[in-house]
Design a protein around this ligand. Structure first.
Ligand SMILES: Cc1cc2nc3c(=O)[nH]c(=O)nc-3n(C[C@H](O)[C@H](O)[C@H](O)COP(=O)(O)OP(=O)(O)OC[C@H]3O[C@@H](n4cnc5c(N)ncnc54)[C@H](O)[C@@H]3O)c2cc1C
Length: 388
């Protein structure tokens, strides 16, 4: 006996963040129920409720550009499809280069993005102040800009997919931890949870920063590593900034919300793993203040309202893991999204649903399949534009 609506489900999704919710939604739309989503926290307690809302299509990997472009289309029609407005503002992403080498790298991204039909632009140093009013002279040698990139509010997106999944008959249980995944003869047979056992033939590992932990509970070793990232929100300013601004050198990123505050972060080295929890640090506040004021001296007196942190789920090659694990039939990965899972979720999880249904996907296996780490391949296929 368990405390869940049923004792048996066709699929159990571990993790009720944006990836788990969208996976359940696409599966339910494909008529592949009954489906259960289990999350040990509350709705949006993971990275999905802690991120910067950036949605970009500028990537070094063609496959990721394509996934992101599809996701942009999904978010553009999100309000009509889900009845919640995530305020997706296509006001662009501006990448800043501080050196000729960085600019050359951004140019290569620009060439790839343009070859995919997206209207990316290369900006000279003197054009930057049009997009970032008040930018300190000499702080960047140029940049790239793609107007159709943008920013959204994560919470209405989460609510929209949550409600839509429920309306399609998906059962969702929060405050329920997956403790173990059972198997027989190399195939998933069930899940042991804090609310009791559930029989199932497929499990989706959408546990974000805890995905390696959940894989271990199925007896599988994966190379995913959780890394903590900090982020802050400031008091509101009069509207002055349209794009999400990202600096290639240190991963500084920030955008201005509809409310007027800036939301942004910076990449700092933190010990890997989830054991230390999710504190915020004075080191981050100082580094962020230095970086922001150095770039935009007008922000000198700006006050920070809140700071928080969340886990990225990083893979060795910077690409997500999507597909059935070759070592355990019915165990499907939907993880490894690093700092970019929100923007890729609607499109990537279409492929997750197909993988659960045993259908072929259009994803290159050498880029996304879990077995790429079992038989390592050339590093040239890695995604390295892991910023903002
Ligand atoms: C500071 C920060 C800024 C970011 N900025 C952006 C951005 O601008 N754009 C973007 O696209 N992405 C961004 N990201 C990344 C993005 O937030 C994540 O990639 C995305 O939210 C991952 O979604 P998820 O559903 O896979 O994981 P999560 O939202 O973390 O959900 C995983 C869930 O699994 C649950 N869980 C874990 N273990 C178990 C278990 N054993 N049993 C049951 N449940 C379990 C957790 O409680 C959690 O709710 C950012 C992340 C951070 C931290």
């Amino acid at each position: 006996m368990n405390n869940l609506p049923r004792a048996e489900y066709r699929t159990v999704v571990v993790g009720g963040g944006i990836v788990g919710l969208f996976s359940a939604y696409h599966l339910a739309r494909a008529g592949a129920g009954p489906i259960l989503v289990l999350d040990r926290g509350f709705l949006s307690s993971g990275a999905s409720g802690r991120n910067g809302g950036g949605v970009r299509q500028q990537w070094e990997t063609r496959a990721t550009v394509r996934l992101a472009r599809e996701a942009v289309r999904d978010y553009r029609r999100f309000g009509r499809e889900f009845g919640y407005n995530p305020w997706f503002r296509q006001t662009g992403y501006l990448f800043l280069a501080e050196s000729a080498d960085e600019l050359a790298r951004l140019r290569r991204v620009h060439d790839l993005v343009r070859s995919e039909g997206l209207a990316s632009e290369v900006l000279a140093a003197d054009a930057l102040s049009r997009y970032v009013p008040g930018i300190a002279p000499g702080s960047a040698v140029g940049g790239t800009y793609l107007r159709s990139d943008g920013v959204l509010y994560p919470f209405p997106a989460i609510w929209g997919v949550y409600e839509a999944a429920r309306a399609l008959g998906v059962d969702l249980a929060f405050g329920v931890e997956v403790l173990g995944i059972d198997s027989e003869a190399g195939r998933v047979t069930g899940v042991r949870s804090s609310a009791g056992p559930v029989a199932t033939t497929s499990v989706v590992n959408a546990a974000g920063g805890w995905s390696s932990d959940v894989a271990r509970r199925a007896g599988l070793d994966v190379p995913n590593v959780a890394t903590r990232h900090e982020i802050l929100a400031t008091e509101p300013l009069k509207p002055f900034l349209d794009p999400m601004v990202v600096r290639a050198s240190d991963g500084l990123y920030f955008s201005q919300t509809v409310h007027g505050g800036l939301v942004g972060g910076l990449t700092l080295p933190h010990p890997a793993g989830t054991a230390a929890g999710l504190p915020s640090s004075a080191k981050f506040l100082t580094a962020m203040a230095r970086a922001l004021v150095g770039l935009l001296p007008r922000l000198r007196s700006l006050r920070v309202l809140r700071a928080w942190s969340g886990f990225y789920d990083d893979t060795p090659d910077g690409l997500p893991v999507i597909g059935e694990d070759p070592r355990l039939g019915g165990f499907v990965h939907a993880n490894g999204f690093g700092g970019h899972g929100f923007m890729l979720a609607p499109a990537a999880t279409r492929r997750v649903a197909r993988a659960v249904l045993g259908e072929r996907t259009d994803l290159e296996p050498e880029l996304f399949a879990p077995d790429r780490f079992l038989a390592p391949r050339l590093p040239s296929t890695a995604e390295r534009l892991l910023l903002g």
